[in-house]
Every structure is written in C-alpha cells, then in structure tokens.
Design a protein around this ligand. Structure first.
Ligand code: WQD
Length: 338
C-alpha cells in the first residue's frame, strides 16, 4: 500500500517524502514542476538512499492522474500541490482558483472512485485572516484577504462537505504557520522562483550575495520592536507533523484540523539577529513601508496537535537559521545549476 504525495518535489513536499521514506513507507509522487525541479528527485533518493515512484502529472489532467491510481495501490494521500504566492494570487486570481480548487476536486473525485478515503491536506494559517488575536486556536472564525488564502479556505469547506456526504472519509487539515529551514544535509531547501516573497529565502539570498539588502516591511506594528511577528517552524518539524497526521487518519474518520506551529512568535528583527548569530554573517536591511495584508502578530496555539497527534516541534530558531544558510550556501542558485 502506497502513500500518494501531490506536489512532492516542492519545498515542504520533498522534506515530507524523505521522512516517509525514512519510516519505510512506499511513496508515489506526482508533480508538474511548476514550482520545483526534477533535480529534487535525485536529491531525495541521495539523502534517503531509497527509490520511489514519480509521475510528472498536473492535477488538472484527469486521465494522467487516473493512471497513477490505476498503476499503484494507493492507501492514503498527502495533498501539497497548489499555487502559493499571496501577491501573485491577487494579480491572477482565476488561475489560482482554477488550479488549486479544480485540481483538488479532480484529486478527490479519483480518490473516491478508487476507494481511497484517507487524506492529509496542506492548509495555511492565512485562513485565520486579520481579525483574530494570537495565539490562534483551530476553533476561531475564519476569513481571508487574498485569493490564495481563499482557495485554502474554500478547499477546507469542500473537504468538510465531502465528509458530511460520506462519513467513511478520514481527513486531517494542517494549518501551517511559517515554514523555514532545510534538511540538515543542505541538499534540499526552499528555492523560490524569482524574487523571494518570504522572509527567510530573502535573508539567505542577501547573505549569499544575490540581493543587496533586506527590505523590512514596516517597523511600527504593535510588537516589541515594531516589526511583524510570526510563528516560524522548521520544515523538518513540519514534515514530521504529516507523518503523525497519517497515523491519525489511519485510525479515525471525519475531519480533524490542527495548527502546525511552534507557538512562539518572533519579529523580523529577531529573525535577522538570530540568523546573524547562527551564521556569523551581517544582513544589511532598510525599513520600508508596510506590505498590504500583513498583520502585526500571527502565531499558533499548538496545544491541540500535541494532545491529539502527539506532535511538537523539536528545532529552534537557531536550527532554522543554520539549516537555511547551509542549504543556500551549498546551492547559491538553488537547483538551477543541475
Ligand atoms: C514574514 C514576515 C513580513 C519578506 C506568507 C503567507 C502564508 C505562507 C507563509 C503559504 C512578515 C516580513 C517578509 C520581506 C519582510 N505561505 N517580511 N521583508 O506573510 O507571514 O506568510 O508566507 O502558505 O500563507 O501568507 O510570510 O515570510 O512573507 O513574511 O519584512 O522581504 O517578514 O512583513 O512580517 P507571511 P513572509
């Protein structure tokens, strides 16, 4: 029985595939390489010492995706595949709704057709919107401020409706906070296309000399030093959370929702200082205007995942900075050189 991973060559997907292989799971990966590179397959096999099945398939390709179900004995699915850039989603919303939602509908249609009713879904803390006060618990009212976040919220609602229609489904929805860091080997990591939207890849590109300086979006937020506070979580801790979620759906039905965060908020300046300390590098930065849609503080109440999944983060901010840097300095141009 195999685990199907959609988007398994992406940043979080690739780290999760390694943890699955390390635990002896049989893994099948589908990806369309819209935000990853074929080189990642080789890196995963190098790190884990194991092989896995791969299909270059877009979730919008019903026939191509059905071939995967026909050729493999899939027992559960972890669904990462989706467009994820907040800013880009504002400029091309139709592409985001079509890709993320229709792709998920096709996946669930085929899962149902082949009797696969165990799913772990990659959601995001962005569904908590701008009106909730951190620490955030899973029962808070949900809202979104951009099309990317809206696709995640709509898919959560679709999955809830699916379970109401067929209680045989077991679905875990994981709401990620801010994943950063990389596998300790430095052989896989975050490799954004173009100018990084997110903080840590921008910092590492400044450190490696690809960018001149970090622009810090605002320093008059209601926080200790005025810069935005977020809940940064090591991508390996996040990956391990998915294995705990798989165990949960193995034994339970219905929809279960969990925050995957550390429960600790760090400001932008905290991260810059931690990075400089961990790497002995200096990060030049300028304070610029706030970025629209950013909230002052966003961090998790992570107690439900601890209680119900027996999962908690093991790595700290220093580990995240050190591992992010090891990936970047070993791969100054990401995967592009191969
Ligand atoms: C973190 C902090 C910025 C870049 C987003 C999505 C979320 C998830 C993670 C997909 C904020 C500040 C950032 C920069 C900066 N993505 N910053 N200069 O916005 O919390 O979350 O990415 O699932 O859904 O919303 O992450 O890394 O963009 O920003 O000052 O160049 O760093 O203002 O305070 P964010 P981020």
């Amino acid at each position: 029985m195999a685990i199907l991973i959609t988007g398994g060559t992406g940043y979080i997907g690739s780290h999760t595939v390694i943890e699955l292989l390390n635990q002896g799971y049989e893994v099948v990966v589908v990806d369309n390489f819209s935000n990853s590179k074929p080189e990642v397959i080789k890196r995963i096999e190098e790190i884990s010492g194991k092989k896995f099945s791969f299909y270059k398939v877009d979730l919008l390709d019903y026939i191509g995706l059905e071939k995967v179900f026909k050729e493999n004995n899939i027992s559960k699915v972890i669904h990462f595949a989706g467009l994820k850039a907040v800013g880009e989603s504002v400029s091309i919303p139709l592409k985001y709704y079509y890709n993320n939602i229709t792709g998920t509908l096709i996946l669930c249609e085929l899962m149902s057709k082949y009797g696969v009713k165990k799913l772990v879904f990659s959601s995001s803390a962005t569904v908590y919107g701008m009106n909730n006060v951190s620490p955030l618990t899973e029962d808070l009212p949900l809202s979104t401020t951009n099309p990317y976040g809206s696709t995640k919220l709509m898919i959560e609602r679709i999955l809830n409706d699916l379970v109401v229609s067929d209680p045989e489904w077991g679905i875990v929805i994981l709401r990620y906070f801010n994943p950063i860091g990389a596998h300790e080997s430095g052989r896989i990591g975050e490799d954004p296309n173009g100018i990084p939207n997110n903080l840590m890849p921008y910092i590492t590109q400044v450190a490696v000399g690809k960018r001149a300086a970090l622009s810090i979006f605002g320093n008059d937020y209601e926080t200790s030093d005025g810069t935005g506070v977020r809940d940064y979580i090591h991508v390996v801790d996040l990956a391990k959370g998915h294995l705990k979620a798989l165990e949960k759906v193995k034994s339970e039905k219905g929809v279960m929702v969990y925050n995957l965060g550390t429960g600790i908020g760090y400001s932008v300046l905290d991260v810059v200082k931690a990075f400089e300390k961990a790497t002995n590098m200096t990060i030049l930065y300028n304070i610029v205007d706030k970025r629209s849609g950013d909230v002052d503080r966003c961090f998790a109440d992570a107690s439900k995942a601890l209680k119900e999944l027996d999962w908690k983060c093991e790595k700290n901010l220093e580990d995240m900075c050190r591992d992010s840097w090891k990936w970047q300095v070993s791969n100054p141009n990401g995967y592009k050189e191969n």
